[in-house]
Design a protein. Structure first.
Length: 284
């Protein structure tokens, strides 16, 4: 094999690690790929780890144990999170986004690849320590950020439907309470989607009363799966009491004035400009 220079190895390793977030790669994989000794690869990893931290690109950490190795996690520094979320909040506060019925138009933000990736990074970062094995969302607006969250966690995405699909096979259907009018809605999920005992992270784009999110929690009970967290892009400040407990939000919708068109959206308190850094420490 032609001798590979260190700068070439570093470039390739960073691309491989960042392209497979949260996946553990053994040192042996890189030794075989580059024809290098483990000591050399370990030195390369230290260089890469320092580099990504210095430039706030995430974190690269070694994982001890028989199944250990090295993994990349796409974390976001608190200052960067505040700045980016503030920019998204400002964009969403445009009066023209108000729709009849008091709804807020957000589809262009959630469907923008850059915004969706950032939101996915932030949501995944909140739940790395919970080690979810899949991400669940409800069709349709939450799909982009749920998919990005699943990518950052390195796990599959499962989508609950409002009705069954023939191409998804037999399904479980439940009724749940949704909306301020407490209407009864239906949710369906393929029996092949989830297995008993799986750790599930629920992700959605918007929460007002929390009825749909609570419906997904109840759906997971039907599958005997464990819900390890609930994350959303935007939560309304009112009502304060939500049907689902423990949901974590990136943005807070504090006020909407339909007469003046004024909208007030701010980053969640965890992403305030001042305060303790919420970036997780390296996990060994």
């Amino acid at each position: 094999m032609e001798r590979i220079k260190r700068n070439e190895r570093l470039s390739a390793m960073l691309r491989i690690l960042s392209g497979t977030p949260n996946r553990i790669h053994t040192l042996g994989e890189f030794c075989d790929l580059f024809g290098a000794a483990k000591s050399t690869i370990s030195e390369d990893i230290e260089i890469l780890s320092d580099t990504v931290v210095r430039f706030e690109l995430g974190e690269i950490a070694t994982v001890a144990g028989a199944a250990g190795g090295v993994r990349y996690r796409a974390t976001v520094a608190r200052g960067t999170a505040h700045r980016e979320l503030s920019a998204i909040a400002e964009k969403l506060c445009t009066p023209s986004r108000l729709l009849p019925g008091g709804f807020l138009y957000t589809s262009d933000v959630t469907a923008d690849p850059s915004s969706a990736e950032l939101l996915g990074r932030l949501l995944a970062q909140r739940y790395y320590h919970k080690q979810p094995q899949m991400v669940l969302t409800m069709e349709t607006k939450g799909i982009p950020i749920a998919l990005m969250t699943a990518r950052m966690l390195g796990v599959p995405l499962v989508i609950a439907r409002r009705d069954t699909r023939a191409y998804e096979g037999p399904a479980v259907k439940i009724n749940y309470i949704a909306g301020s009018d407490r209407s009864i809605e239906t949710m369906a999920l393929s029996r092949r989607s989830v297995t008993a005992g799986q750790k599930v992270l629920i992700i959605d784009d918007f929460m007002k009363g929390g009825g749909t999110l609570q419906g997904m929690v109840e759906m997971m009970r039907e599958f005997q799966a464990e819900v390890v967290g609930v994350g959303v892009m935007i939560t309304t400040a009112e009502p304060q009491h939500k049907r689902v407990r423990g949901a974590k939000s990136l943005l807070i919708l504090k006020h909407v004035d339909m007469d003046t068109g004024k909208i007030e959206i701010v980053p969640a308190p965890e992403y305030a400009e001042k305060g303790p850094d919420s970036t997780p420490k390296k996990a060994l």
